[in-house]
Design a protein around this ligand. Sequence first.
Ligand code: S3P
Length: 171
Amino acid sequence: MIISLTGFMGCGKSSVGKELAGLLSFRFIDLDRYVEHKAGKNIPDIFREDGEERFRALEAEAVRDVIIMSQITGEDLVLALGGGTLSISSVRGFILGNTSCIYLKAELEDCLKWIGERNSRPMLNRSGKEIRELFEERTKLYENAPFCIDVTENGYKETAESIIGKLRLNR
Ligand code: S3P
């Protein structure tokens, strides 16, 4: 089984994913880290040197690599997607068709608070109004996920437990 986690930057995909994988004894992969390893540089450098389009191409390739590898090996997986992965139309259907996709729903203000001041995310390098527009655009995409968990009041562990309940999984 493959569980993928989607949601806006800062909503806790990686932290919840690690917790969930630990509880289920699944492998955990953070797609952003996979892309960085594959590209041999960090995400801000990919955006700066190669542009967003190149980043999305690497991200799309990474999604396919990771999902297909898990299917071939039969290994259960929790995959934390990037906040923009579902915006790539060429892999959106592939993710929704091949994983149990969970939307971690949070308010924009909370996401920004959780990210904090020292943020290096290239997509947040824009005005507050543009960030709000991006958030609203993205929310429509996240709502394609068949499962949604509101993370506002919950710690990572509680969210992971809720996912297990929602998917009716046994530990
Ligand atoms: C992005 C989100 C980031 C990362 C990249 C682009 C986006 O992931 O993939 O900076 O377009 O929303 P996180 O959601 O893990 O921060």
